[in-house]
Design a protein around this ligand. Sequence first.
Ligand code: NAD
Ligand code: MG
Length: 352
Amino acid sequence: MKRIALLGATGSIGRQALEIIEAHPELELCAAASGSQQVDGLAPLTQVGGDLTELLERANPDLVLNAVVGFAGLPATLWALERGVDLALANKESLVAGGELALAARNRGGGRLLPVDSEHSALFQLLEGRGLEEVHSLVLTGSGGPFRGRTRDELADVTVEQALAHPTWRMGQKITVDSATLANKGLELIEAHFLFGLPYERIEVVLQPTSIVHSLVRLRDGATLAHLGYPDMRVPISYALTYPERADTPLAPLAVTSLTLEFAEPDGGTFPLLALAREAGEKGGTYPCAFNAANEVAVAAFLAGRLPFLAIAEAVADALAHADGAPARDVEELLEADAAARRLVEQGLSVA
Ligand code: NAD
Ligand code: MG
């Protein structure tokens, strides 16, 4: 029996996780939390909002599935890593913002960090049992989002509705907008750096519009391994929850002969958030935290109709230009870096 605490139970990942847990008698939901929607009766222990680590203390789970959206997921990520409780991580923002603190906590705690993000789950599977000295580079794939192929001019007045119409994945609003700006691929680049320990120059991002190839690993002998499957988050969720076993899912087997796979380079001029994330990652310190914080505020403003689509990247670039980027020695310093970047974007919004 594996006792699971599910944080973000009412979201896109959370609901799919409930389906997986339901289907497997050896998985037991011991706690469930959401930000604001009601979760009564979903699990023996539930919580809406507040300090999620209080719920985790009471629940004492074997595994935490962190499917909260945004930096709000940080305390739960650190709680699990520090205690050596297995962490299935969908909440990429906490690892991007707090990567160094999170890895230090994992080294102390000694538990597993199991990625739920589909690309990182694929990379985790491709890299398993392999020494990093065998690896030449990682290739992170992305669909390119709903605006792939458009010019900057064509993006000037896109609507929230258009940004939310993702071609291959059905997800929560924040990550869907991030997919349209390519900020999501930027966050995933930093996420991959922290998860797999490779320098940024050895992580490439390419577009694969149908989201069938979930990522690739180039090995030093010239072989390249790829992970293929239909775009369906139940696969990486199931993998993380049932690891190290592999359980059945309701998915159809991949119909290989009906596939044609195309790859393309991302258009960095039209979608500057990818390069901004790479730059923030390479600079290190709290630059990734500032990138994430500014992006969260700007995306919320876009969703609320307060900021045009192209201004999301401008707000993030501005926040990064003003951030001091000094490494955070503890959580308090990380919270300060997060708050400073948020303030900067909010000030810009109130002037506009
Ligand atoms: P969502 O918006 O659908 O759901 C978010 C969940 O988090 C909700 O249950 C919400 O109530 C909860 N929440 C928000 N703030 C909270 C707080 N302060 N305290 C407790 N709970 C809070 O988002 P989603 O699409 O399910 O994404 C969740 C995370 O998974 C994100 O980090 C996202 O980047 C990542 N992810 C999602 C997908 C996907 O297919 N949806 C794929 C890869 C990664
Ligand atoms: Mg992903």
